[in-house]
Design a protein around this ligand. Structure first.
Ligand code: F6R
Length: 251
């Protein structure tokens, strides 16, 4: 256990996202000014929505361009085509990419329709593309009630890489309302591994609401264990938790 992970608790998620988006925009500008593209690791789900809204606002205000930004998403459901509304490819298009100036070629999301024959090579190629881009400058994370980051469910090793994962029943239950029922929720996904995520140079984990308070406390103050993959962040030199009051209420 360590108490060294920085935690920032905000009045609400809008304030938190405004602060983080300002920082990320500054990081992108600094990296672009140094002469290279900025590499962002992105998350999906409900948590990042106000963050993406804020990035779009900064873009529209002329303060942030994605023209020299490369993105790598954490994960994608297996078996969902990219045009399925619950696919993470469709999510990213709807919530961020269609509103900003990112070239389509700069976007990387695992292919949920890759068949089992091509899966291993696809995951290796995803890792290779991250490496070829020079690694991830900034990684955005949410946290599941199982403590997962990406879809690294309990038991995911510290050094795991991009691979096929089986979703925990709790995770599938949480996704059921958006899919219109548990039986519609995919059972598997492709996810960056804990090792992939931990190599990002800077990480922000966002969490909102009372339902995340217990797992946030566990991740921050509990043992570093593969039972809670977010606990591995305690060992990262530049990871910060951005919380609203409710998510931080048990700290
Ligand atoms: C999404 C992801 C997941 C979510 C987590 C929280 O790309 O990797 O780890 O961040 O399941 O989901 P929400 O934000 O919907 O509570």
């Amino acid at each position: 256990m360590t108490d060294s992970l920085p935690v920032r608790v905000f009045a609400d998620r809008t304030d938190a996202c405004r602060a983080l988006a300002t920082e990320v925009a500054a990081l992108v500008r600094t990296i672009n000014d140094s002469g290279r593209p900025a590499v962002l690791g992105l998350a999906t789900g409900k948590t990042p929505l106000p963050f993406y809204a804020e990035l779009i606002r900064l873009h529209c205000a002329g303060e942030l361009s994605f023209a020299r930004v490369l993105t790598f998403n954490l994960d994608e459901y297996l078996g969902l085509p990219g045009d399925h509304p619950e696919s993470y490819r469709a999510f990213m298009q709807r919530e961020l990419f269609s509103h900003v100036d990112i070239p389509a070629a700069n976007v990387h999301i695992p292919d949920g329709m890759i068949g089992s024959a091509g899966l291993e090579a696809h995951c290796k190629a995803y890792e290779e593309a991250i490496r070829a881009a020079g690694g991830i400058d900034f990684q955005l994370l949410g946290i599941g009630r199982t403590g997962h980051i990406g879809f690294n469910e309990p038991g995911s090793p510290r050094d795991s890489r991009t691979r096929m994962v089986e979703l925990d029943p709790v995770t599938r239950q949480d996704a059921a309302p958006s899919f219109g029922g548990l039986e519609q929720v995919p059972t598997h996904a492709i996810s960056m591994g804990c090792g992939t995520i931990l190599e990002a140079r800077k990480i922000a984990l966002l969490a909102w609401g009372q339902a995340k308070a217990a797992i946030v406390r566990e991740a921050l103050t509990g043992p570093i264990t593969d039972r809670v993959s977010a606990s591995f962040l305690q060992e990262h030199g530049d990871a910060t938790f951005y919380l609203d009051r409710e998510a931080g209420s048990l700290l």
